[in-house]
Ligand binder design. Structure first.
Ligand code: ADP
Length: 606
């Protein structure tokens, strides 16, 4: 009965494999479906093999039953070899252009061949050799089966060799294992046909496949990784699209803002002046929206960085109050302000983002309150060198329905949007919440519908124990920079016109070129300028490359300021890192341009 050991072991192994495989959640791919058939056929084979050997011992004369069992077993081998071939054929198809048409033709052709072989196996004679505990089958049906399996083995080797480029790492393992084991099997059968190894070998190959390519866990992880990568790619594409869209919008916006700002200073009728000021404020709103979209996409792509610096908190509070008052228009709203005098004057954190958070809340309270008050309070809790700022913005506005509070921080979600004529995109609070989280803070909202709302933010900022040297000048002051020469480099003629128009007020001599190459030609020809304003996204040679080439010119020391529509946060740092002396974003804000002119061309007051 020692012949039974190997098939019995194979039986338990197969059983275990089937239980493990089918009890797990499987990814329904073609390969997995084929693998399930492989598992089932080899499991049936182990059962039949055990039966054959057992009956061979206990009822050796029952030849008819032994022949029948052998024929059924042959069918299992045939199906197994066929399925294995289809499996190999499928995994060697080029993943990208998986031509299922070719695969289907192979399935149909091999199916017909198998049918013929099946009939031959069932009708051709099978003989049983069963002497002295050595038992095996022989005869025409057996030979027919072995020839067919040998053919499949040959096809498998050819398929693998032809498509070797398409199959990757682990997928080779079962193929090589099969080839190796098949050769061993043939040799062993020559010397000892009674050693019934086939069922064990099939089980062994199934095992290898399970642990290399067909493990449901591995497959699931692979599928999840694939889905994750696709989602990441889509998200990156969205971010790229949004930043390029924002760049595209900024260019015409630059022209609208620049020219309307310049026009508003001309001697024109009062009504025209009012209209122009409306154009300016409309384009400012548009710019805010573009910035909001850009912010949210950056946050989602984890590309928004918190940039910490030392700053004067009181100055920010003052700016916020005056910005809020400016936004009131003619609304009868009282702005109540209460700031804790113990807040340390100098803090360390991302003041721009902090300001953006508070400004969003203040703007909303102005937007959603018709009459009454807005209360802006800031208190602090100091522990060691950390100051917890507790900022609250309360209003007596329309309030928020209880059931809608959950949706408040969802992007593009506007509560009661149908009933309100108030402008907005539904991005403000989503950005605010993300920013607060990025700064490791908290935001909570309390609201009574029809009565008002209160938003409270708690954010920790480090305390800086040193006196802050305040920037002396904050007022807008134009300069006469007569005699100074400015070179503007931009591939977009409209942008050149806008920059030149805004620079006119400073009486500078302006030269305009439309590429980095032209800029290099001028500098190489020893033309002198006091300042270069250079765009970044230009065809063939971008701003950063132009600067790199400029710096290679001996004795080059002209300040170069990046003038770009690429206004994603973090860009300033990037351009300063690239070696630019400063950064100016498009649409050009007059006040920002003024700072640059003052910094690099200050001469005497107008
Ligand atoms: P937006 O104001 O651009 O619509 P937000 O994300 O800033 O977008 O706000 C989302 C929604 O939350 C608003 O549409 C509004 O319905 C509601 N909301 C925000 N702040 C207030 C507030 N202070 N009072 C009442 N409703 C508010």
């Amino acid at each position: 009965m020692s012949n039974l050991y190997i098939p019995v072991c194979a039986f338990f192994c197969s059983l275990l494999l089937i239980i493990v495989f089918f009890s797990k959640k499987n990814v329904k791919t073609k390969e997995t479906k084929i693998f399930s058939v492989l598992l089932i056929t080899s499991f049936i084979d182990t059962i039949i093999m055990v039966l054959i050997i057992y009956i061979g011992y206990v009822d050796a004369d029952n030849i008819k039953l032994l022949v029948l069992l052998n024929r059924i077993d042959f069918i299992q081998y045939l199906v197994w070899a066929w399925m294995f071939y289809l499996y190999i054929y499928y995994i060697t198809l080029n993943i990208k252009e998986k031509s299922l048409k070719g695969y289907n033709i192979v399935v149909r052709t091999t199916f017909i061949i198998n049918l013929i072989i099946l009939i031959l196996i069932l009708v051709l004679p099978v003989d049983i050799y069963n002497v002295n505990n050595v038992m095996y089958s022989y005869g025409l049906a057996t030979n027919c089966l072995y020839v067919t399996c040998g053919l499949y083995l040959f096809l498998i080797i050819v398929t693998v060799l032809v498509n070797i480029k398409n199959i990757k790492n682990k997928k080779y393992v079962p193929v090589f294992a099969l080839i190796f084991l098949a050769v061993i099997l043939l040799i062993v059968r020559q010397f000892n046909p009674g050693l019934l190894l086939i069922s064990a070998v099939l089980t062994y190959i199934n095992l290898i496949m399970y642990f290399t390519i067909e493990n449901p866990d591995l497959k699931l992880i692979k599928e999840l990784n694939f889905a994750r990568n696709q989602a990441l790619e889509a998200n990156n594409a969205k971010t790229d699209f949004l930043s390029s869209m924002s760049h595209e919008i900024r260019t015409p916006l630059n022209a609208i803002m620049g020219f309307s700002q310049a026009l508003s200073e001309e001697d024109i009728p009062k009504s025209a002046k009012e209209e122009i000021s409306d154009i300016v404020s409309a384009s400012e709103s548009l710019l805010e929206i573009v910035n909001g979209i850009l912010d949210i996409s950056k946050i989602e792509a984890n590309k928004l960085e918190i940039i910490n610096t030392e700053y004067d908190f009181n100055k920010i509070l003052k700016e916020l109050v005056s910005l809020t008052k400016a936004r009131l228009g003619d609304k009868p709203l009282e702005v109540k302000v209460s700031f804790d005098p113990t807040i340390p004057p100098i803090l360390y954190g991302d003041h721009l983002r902090l300001k953006q958070i508070i400004l969003n809340l203040l703007t909303n309270s102005v937007k959603y309150t018709k009459e009454g008050y807005i209360k802006f309070e800031v208190s602090s809790i100091i522990k060691d060198d950390v100051c917890r700022l507790i900022i609250s913005v309360e209003d007596s506005g329309i309030g928020i329905k209880k059931e809608k509070i959950d949706k408040l921080f969802t992007k593009f979600e506007r509560l009661d949007a149908d009933n309100t004529t108030i402008e907005g995109t539904g991005l403000g609070l989503a950005i605010t919440k993300k920013l607060v989280e990025l700064m490791r803070g908290n935001i909570v909202v309390q609201s009574v519908y029809g009565k008002g709302s209160k938003f409270t933010v708690a954010i920790d900022q480090k305390i800086v124990n040193k006196p802050y040297i305040e920037e002396k000048e904050t007022t807008f002051e134009e300069f006469n920079a007569e005699g100074k020469k400015v070179l503007i480099v931009d591939d977009n003629v409209l942008n050149l016109k806008v920059a030149a128009r805004l620079l006119q007020n400073y009486n500078v001599a302006i030269t305009q070129v439309t590429s980095g190459f032209d800029c290099l030609v001028l500098i190489n020809n020893h033309e002198y300028f006091d300042l270069i304003l250079c765009d970044d996204m230009m065809p063939k040679m971008n701003g950063a490359e132009t600067l790199k080439q400029l710096k290679k010119i001996e004795g080059f020391s002209i300040p170069v300021v990046m003038l770009t529509a690429n206004a994603i946060s973090g860009m300033r740092e990037k351009y300063l890192n690239d070696g630019f002396d400063d950064y100016l974003s498009k649409p050009i804000q007059k006040i920002e341009l003024n700072k640059i002119i003052k910094k690099f061309l200050k001469n005497n007051k107008l």
